[in-house]
Design a protein around this ligand. Structure first.
Ligand code: DAK
Length: 268
């Protein structure tokens, strides 16, 4: 993996952990970080040895690992944006957000503190969200005179329903981890010291299965979500055909028939 100024990437077996690391700015996303994120996600997607990506926030400048996931886009950089610069920033950012959502690896957001604005939006672009018990979520943009622009108006409503999304966005009020769990924004909440271990446990559970089948299931869910049910189920049938013709299908079903526990999945 390349070296990045504002990201740290560590591999642990088939899991990669990508930490957004701008300790002086609570990991806020500036243009450089967005560009690095885009390159890093391309690198990770091309790496056959990585099956699950965990995205988290690095420690703050006092080395507190539970202060912030991502405290939004970098307000100090955005302050001087002209309209064309803001548009270019938005266009550049769309790419890594779509990569997170659609890359073949499963993406887990391990939200370890503030997830505000663009931070909440990065978490929402991931497949699964886990939160530490001190995590705080919010879309504060209208309080800054802008609107969520990394997909927040769309993804929040899809995850928690339109009424709750409108309340969060219109009031610019933050919610805590328990409330995020209650409304379905996060799948699980853990004591902060246990968050990363739990994220890795979840990753390992996913990695035990056939990775290619997992990635095709992810594509089926993502692509079908905005389709009408008839076309979506037809699309699913087509993808079912694709996975039927793999080594992993023979291996998975063969193991069942032979009463074997060990499975040697190789497709990805
Ligand atoms: N940007 C820049 N710096 C930030 C920052 C941010 N979002 N958040 C925190 N920092 C910096 C602080 O300025 C401070 O820097 P120093 O003063 O030490 O130099 C350092 O991080 C520590 O922060 P605090 O001292 O404020 O720490 P506290 O514990 O007191 O407060 C906080 C933590 C998270 C409550 C507070 O820092 C805060 O409210 N931060 C701002 C949160 C926020 O409003 N985030 C949303 C940003 S708006 C677009 C698409 C999307 C977007 C924009 C454009 N396009 C399509 C063009 C997205 C917009 C957003 O995300």
């Amino acid at each position: 993996m390349a070296e990045y100024n504002n990201l740290k990437i560590e591999k642990d077996g088939a899991t990669a952990v990508l930490s957004i690391a701008r300790p002086n700015a609570l990991n806020a996303l500036n243009s450089e970080t967005i560009g690095e994120l885009n390159s890093a996600l391309s690198e990770i997607e091309a790496d056959d040895s990585v099956k699950v990506l965990i995205v988290t926030g690095g420690p703050d400048k006092k080395d507190n690992p539970y202060k912030s996931f991502v405290a939004g886009a970098d307000i100090k950089e955005m302050y001087d944006f002209t309209a064309p610069e803001a548009r270019a920033f938005g266009m550049r950012a769309a790419e890594p957000f779509f990569k997170l959502m659609n890359m073949r690896q499963v993406t887990i957001a391990a939200v370890n503190g503030f997830a505000l604005g663009g931070g909440c939006e990065i978490a929402m672009a991931c497949d699964i969200r886990l939160a530490s018990d001190n995590a705080i979520f919010g879309q504060p943009e209208v309080g800054l005179g802008i609107i969520p622009g990394f997909g927040g108006t769309q993804r929040l409503a899809r995850l928690v329903g339109m009424g709750r999304a409108k309340e969060m966005i219109f009031t610019a009020s933050n919610i805590d981890a328990e409330e995020a769990y209650r409304i379905g924004l996060v799948n699980h909440v853990y004591p902060k010291e246990e968050l990363m271990a739990e994220a890795k446990k979840l990753a390992e559970k996913i990695e035990r299965n056939a990775s290619y089948a997992v990635s095709v299931a992810k594509a089926a869910i993502n692509n079908g979500y905005d389709m009408d049910i008839k076309n979506a189920v037809e699309m699913e049938a087509n993808l079912f055909g694709v996975v039927n013709d793999t080594h992993d299908k023979k291996e998975g079903m063969g193991a069942f028939i032979e009463g074997r526990k060990e499975k040697n999945f190789t497709d990805f």
